[in-house]
Design a protein around this ligand. Structure first.
Ligand SMILES: [Zn+2]
Ligand SMILES: [Zn+2]
Length: 176
């Protein structure tokens, strides 16, 4: 969603509350695709600090569907979103910060809430996405999901002369 700041910026020291929502559903991060399944209901609060600063705050939580880093199976995980931004305003417009340049979440006289949420999701993104802590992943040799059934391949085999010997060795391991 986008929220116009036109009205609030002419009301020094006032606050306005908006029922939050998100329009985007899918996004990519580091080459993988994710979808936002659910977002907890939230209110966006815009407050003027004096007449020159705008404070934007909201808190919510997103439930995101992605894929396990090891086996590529579906994984749903939660990411907290906590936005607390203060920008300078002048004549109903956000003033571009000299050091960091234009804000990605400002679009003319509008605040882009989707962009703020997405920024927060990426900041709080889990370092690893796993379907289970001990996910065994996909066998690089035969391509089977090793969580479903052990395939018995040895993915360290490089020398074909060793392969036969290791096949025997693996069949012993499986018997145990
Ligand atoms: Zn997995
Ligand atoms: Zn295998």
């Amino acid at each position: 969603m986008k929220i116009s700041i036109k009205d609030i910026t002419s009301l020094p020291d006032q606050s306005k509350k908006f029922t939050g929502s998100i329009d985007i559903c899918d996004f990519s991060y580091l080459g993988s695709d994710f979808s936002i399944n659910h977002i907890e209901p939230f209110d966006v609060v815009l407050s003027m600090i004096g007449s020159g600063k705008l404070h934007i705050t909201f808190d919510t939580k997103c439930s995101i569907l992605g894929h396990c880093d090891r086996c590529l199976g579906d994984v749903t995980f939660e990411v907290p979103v906590s936005v607390d931004e203060t920008v300078e305003v002048s004549e109903g417009q956000v003033v571009t910060d000299d050091d960091i340049g234009p804000y990605s979440f400002v679009d003319g006289e509008e605040i882009n809430i989707d962009e703020l949420i997405l920024n927060e999701i990426l900041v709080n993104f889990p370092a690893k996405i796993l379907c289970q802590d001990d996910c065994k992943g996909i066998c690089p040799v035969c391509g089977k999901n090793r969580n479903i059934e052990p395939c018995g391949c040895d993915d360290t085999v490089l020398d074909p002369r060793m392969a036969q010997f290791l096949d025997v060795f693996n069949s012993f391991k499986e018997v145990k």
